[in-house]
Design a protein around this ligand. Sequence first.
Ligand code: GDP
Ligand code: IMO
Ligand code: MG
Length: 398
Amino acid sequence: MRTAIIGLQWGDEGKGKVVAYFSQFYDCVVRYSGGSNAGHTIEYKDGAKIVNHLLPSFYKGKDMELIISSGVVVDLEVLAKEIEEVKRICSKFPKLMISNLAHVVFPYHKLLDEKIDRETGIGTTRRGIGPAYVDKINRIGVRLADFENLDIFYNKIEVLKTFYQKIYGIEVEIGNIHDYYNKIAPYVVSQLEIIDNLKNKKVLFEGTQGVLLDLDMGTYPYVTGSNCSVTGIQNGLGFPVQIDKSIGVFKAYQTRVGNGPFPTELFGSEADFLRKKGKEYGATTGRPRRVGWLDLVLLKYAVTISGVDELVITKGDILNNIEKIPVCVAYEISGRKKDCINNIDEIVDAKPIYKYLNGWNSINDKTFLEFLKFIEDYLGVKIKYISYGPKIEEIKQI
Ligand code: GDP
Ligand code: IMO
Ligand code: MG
């Protein structure tokens, strides 16, 4: 059984919590794209809480394998610290495999990310993700395998020094990268070993970011540097793995960190209210998240292009005790009503048209079920699970 769990909005849908819950039914969890731009929060039953940036999310107490595949760009300092943190909260550390083909994020990638972001105004996490992928494509990137041969490693660094100075005016410094590498070295294996290891196992692929941040299909240019939809899995694994089921996770409302179009965005006191109620502050950067009402036109787009088979809704509990819940069911674009988009660029000038659904006091209320039914009818895909709190166990099947 191979299942993918991905985000259907602009990230932070609660994927980490959902993956951690489902992982108890699988042998391994695989991260296949992105890097430490991701921040996946997991709150365990015993009160332990972690925010994973690079390690796959997992169910504590069950034996399982965690895999960081070749499509991920790895910040060694972040990963080394994360491993220590997980060791601190787990009596038994899961088996971890990190691909030797994964590219490494260096301090100069973060400097470049910041420099470019100041020009473009994308509002990246400044974790060096885009620049690390660009080096990969420019064929000057450093992979984990390069750390095994210091001659190769330092030759590459010399090339990078000249390149970064000439092209970007940035000094390449590597700091104490080898200390961090030594901490993760015991877990580095060949990508072929990873592929081989997945045979005959129940595998869960953990998406990062969300479909609307996908490099190709998202709200370009306000997107991330990788394919974070289901489509990223095969590339990120280097193997044409068959996915049996894809699960899309979406929030009962909408959030976004960084810039870019957001038709249902709220401002002022309304935004402050929802942000505070939902504790919407970035898990990676701490930035206040932009917030707004659920946008079904965009969700339909995300469901269509990702081909997900079923849905999980999160954070319906955050909307408890609101009399009427606005849900965007169509846009007005250049004076014309549209209830679906042919091209995501259309949302730049879209004004939301809302339907006001009855609110609920608890997710057990009939009106919440009516809200779910309305969404399912609009999307034509079933909502199979409701997540109703941050803790792993706060999820139920419907
Ligand atoms: P991810 O990046 O998709 O894993 O999501 P984040 O961890 O960045 O943000 C989701 C936040 O919502 C985290 O603080 C979670 O603990 C929390 N969360 C997840 N699901 C629920 C839920 O159903 N209800 C509530 N109240 N909080 C949730
Ligand atoms: P998770 O996995 C929310 C956003 C950034 C910025 C854009 C590009 O926790 O859902 P990048 O640093 O990737 O080049 O930034 O993408 N972004 C995220 N927003 N959740 C994330 O990850 C994100 N990862 C990147 O805010 O708008
Ligand atoms: Mg997040």
